[in-house]
Each structure stands twice: as structure tokens, then as C-alpha cells.
Design a protein around this ligand. Sequence first.
Ligand code: 9MR
Length: 625
Amino acid sequence: MSIRNSHWLTGILALCLWSCGNAQGVPPPAIALNQVGFYPGASKIAIVTGATSTDLFYVVSAAPSAALPSSLHRDTVFSGHLGAPISSANSSLSTRLADLSDVKSEGVYYIAIPGRENSYTFRIGRHVLAPVPVAALKGYYYQRSAMALAPEYAGIWSRPAGHPDTAVLIHSSAATTERPEGTIISAAGGWYDAGDYNKYIVNSGISMGILLSAYEDFPGYFDTLRTNIPPIASPHTRTLTPESAVPGRSTSTASAGRSASSSVPDILNEALYNLRWMLTMQDPNDGGVYNKCTNANFDGMVMPGVTKAPRYVVQKGTAATLDFAAVMAQAGRILKKFRRPLPGLADTCLRAAAGAWQWALRNPSLAFDQAAMNRVSQPVINTGGYGDGNFTDEWFWAAAELMISSPGDQYETVVRKYIDTRMRLPTWADVQMMGNYSLLRCRRSLPGSWEPAIRSLQQRLLQTADGYMEGIKASAFHTPMGGNRRDFVWGSNGVAASQGMLLVNAWRQNGDKKYLAAALDNLDYVLGRNATGYCFITGMGTHSPMHIHHRPSVADGIVPPVPGLLAGGSNPGRQDHQQYPFIEPETAYIDNDRAYASNEIAINWNAPLVYLAAAITALENEIER
Ligand code: 9MR
């Protein structure tokens, strides 16, 4: 007999225990696990939350062999003992670990514990995680702003083009002699930032940097990865002249279309859609870069293209300009390999980077302070700020990318000035780590005099990764994620993915597979082994967000949300002021489309997910217990 239907008495007992536990405000007992699946030879861990009346767990085949008569089904394939209870450092939850790593046969299973609801089903199989990076990368296609999403690529989420942004106004904060307030420019294309319809250079900067880094670190994997996106068809070359910013007078030339894209990996094809928009955000007269292309106020929860509110480019700033310089420098060196399908584009990027750098030298610390801007400029702008007053990290990142791509003393001096061995996960506000990753990746192309400095970065990177590793055993969900309560910020799932990316980079330094196992632990977290029980990527797993704060997903009338998007995740800050069922650091999540502080999606969170999931998939054969 399957144990699926038994032990109702212990069930009632567990329910009573939960009722007591719930007084502390914790989610009901659950068996949390990666809902997508496990590799046969890799570690497989589920986490049992809440009090249990038994020490045993069972792994049960969800699809017993059809060849056997049903009376002979022996569907329990493994039984094991739960680990000792662990009190979570990030909530009042108590957890026990179920290690089912010894189950290695391919198949579909669930975990059963007497008196408990069974776990969601999961698969054990080779390549089982391959759909994750594909979905996460495809998520960017759905964020494309100025083009229709055709059914052959977008399926049921096809939609008309959104904001064309071919006639965008220079905001008063951005007025110059050459481009006075109200001048019309084109800032077409690019990805919507998140659940809103605005486009921000600072957040594009880190997102692009991470995607380009994914390509640089795993080119073999990405060269053959296809995500069913349209071929490259839009203009791709542009020179830094005033004319090129004027609609109808562009110096662009059309690309070779389908033949061009067939040799350009999809990850670059996708990134180019945003890169070309970024190029339009540079003032060709002085090289400075506008902070954002935006409405004055957030659009309602409507489909893109419905509202016709004026769009503005808003104030140039040092952070935006240096982030732009870094991305263009990195893109420039990557695209050199694609000179045939994309003639001129690498040079355009490198020129744009150099122009931005020069502007930053003349404006070394011009902060984007939206509140201050609104005191002196009209109209008042209320969309996202991405304001940042510390520029040492942006200087470092831009200088590092420029130094690697187009060596020069001026960049070296700035890298030496701001190099810092303290390892901080990259965020939109702190991009120091992006420079570290690139210096480590490209160290062999640098003069030998850089070796001592880069060796220190390497040591500190490994120490940081070791710090993550140390916390795993004692952690309630057996993850690096949650090693610090401050991991649970706005976009905490991006933090989990970014920690995974750091661990993959540690593996890149010395090949120690323990780092990959820990990176996989964080992917498991995102895919369901967490205190909320959600697989946080839309359209993946059994229990994933259905009501993300994402205008198209809310307004399109289609039940499933746009797929491949990573929800922000637990955030006790709850800045959206919604009623959350649980409010502790790791439980403060709600699948509600008004809960933008925990259930929005954003390009800067999907990027480390692409990196991490792609790395895990590309390195599948390296990952063992
Ligand atoms: O991700 C951003 C987070 O770090 C900030 O605390 C928050 C408030 O300023 O803004 C987040 O970014 C949002 C941006 O401002 C507008 N688009 C949606 C972004 C994700 O919520």
C-alpha cells in the first residue's frame, strides 16, 4: 500500500502542533524542495518545516513502472532519517533536513512523511535543470519595449509593441545648449526595467554586465543555446555624432537580418536589444548619459502601449555614465568576435565607452538625487530613482572594463586608485564586484605587473566563498542564502542568485567542486527549497507566483503570468504596505500583484539567475555530491 493515504491520526497531531507554532506567525508545515529537479549524481535535499511526529521520510515513485501489475507496485524507493531540528536564524521556523542524495535512478518522485501532506513531485534526471537558464534568458525577450511580441516567439503572451520612445522629450533637468528642454530625441527599444514601463541606465548597467559576463565565462554553452527569439533585424551601428540622435537622420545601417543572427548567440542577440537603446541614451554632444527614459509617473496596471503619457530623458549622472562606459567597453571586446554579422558595432561600443569616460572625468561626482531634482525641475518625476551618491565603485568598474578592452594609462591609474579587496555582492548601487570579476576573468590579457593585485582579489574571493560555505550546515534550509539576515532585502532572490554567481566564480579560480555544490544549493533555494515553499520563477515548478507585480501579467487577461521571471522574494521591509501573512525575514513574501516589495520582477534579478542557472547547466557533469 502506498503511504500516501495513511496516518490520519498523526496528521491531526501535526495540525495541532502547527496551530501552536503558527501563533509565532510561521507558515504551515511543509516539505520544501527544488520543484524542478535533481541531477542523478548530485546532492538532493528537502527541508521539512514545523514539528514532526516521526523521524522517517520516504521517497516514493510518482510513476511506478507500468509493466508491473498494480498489486506489485513497490513505490517507496528510499527511506531515510530526518536530521536533527534546526532553529532558523531568519524566522521562528524549525526545520529538519531530509537527505535523499542516495536516490539516483531517473524518474519522478515525491517525499512522504506520515501525517504530512506529501511534497510536490520532482524529477531526477540528466539535464533536468536545462530549462531554467532558457526560461530566465527568455524572460528578457518578454521585457522588450518597442516591438510587438509575435506569437511564434511569445506564444500566448504575444502582444502589440509597447512604448515606441521614438519621440522622447529632453526633461528640464537634462537641458543643454544643444538640446534644450523639450527637444525631441529617439530613445527607442530596450527592456522595461521591471513591473513598470520605464528604462533606467543604472539598472540596465548591472544587468547587462552580468549577462555579458555570463557569455564571457561560458561562451561554449551560450554559443549553442537557443531561446526562440527573433533574428537580429534592427539597425545596429551608430556613430557618436549629433545627427545620429535625430529621428530620420540616423547614420545607422540595417543589419543582415536572419543571417546575422544565426551566428550571434541568443544571449548576445537579446543583450543587443538593450544595448542599442543604451546607445541612444548617450548625448552625442558631450558623451554624458541620461539616467533614465521615463514617464513622469508610473503607468497604471495596463498593457504596454495603452498609455500615451509623455516620455522624458532625465538628467545625466556620473553613475549612469560610468555604468554605461563599463557595459560598452565589455560589449566592445565581446563583439569584436562578431565583426562579420555585426559590422562596426564593436567599434561603436568602444567609442561610446571612451566618450562616456571623458564626460565622467569632467563630471566626476554628479549624483542623481530625484528629490533634489524635483525641487528645481519640471515636470516632477516620480518613477524609480536608482539614485546613488558614491561613485568609487562605478569608477573602478568602468576603468577596469576600459583597461581590459582598450589598454591605457589613464584607466590603469583609476583601477589602482579604487581597487579594494573587500568583496561585496554586486548590486545596482555597488558595482565594484563587476570589475573584480572581469579582472579575474581577463587576468591573462593584462601586463604581469597586475598579478599581485589580482592574486589578492582571488584570495579574498575564495575567502568570501568559504564564508558562505561555512554557514551552510547550520542553516535551516542548507543554503548559503540566509547566512545573514540582511540577505532578505528588496529583491532577495537576486541576492541568492548573486551569491550563487560568486560561488561559481570561486570554482573558476581553483576548480574546487564544493563551490558548485553550494551554488546549486542557492539555485535549489530559488526553485523551492525556502521558507515560503514557492518556486520563485514564473512558469517553473509546481507552486510558483501567479500574481507578480508586472503590468503585462496583470493586464493581459491570461491566467499564467509571463514566464521565466524571478519574483523579488522575501523582504521584511514590506515597503508596499500590503498585508503579509508572515513577516519575518525569510517568510515575508506574498503572491499579490500589489506587493511590489516582494513580488515584482526586475532585469537585475533575472541576470544573476541566468548566470547561475547557465553555469550549473553548463557544468552539469562537474556537479557531484
Ligand atoms: O530594486 C530597487 C531597490 O533596491 C530599491 O530599494 C527600490 C526603492 O527605491 O527600488 C527598486 O527598484 C525598482 C525601481 O526603482 C523601479 N522599477 C522597479 C524596481 C524594482 O522594484
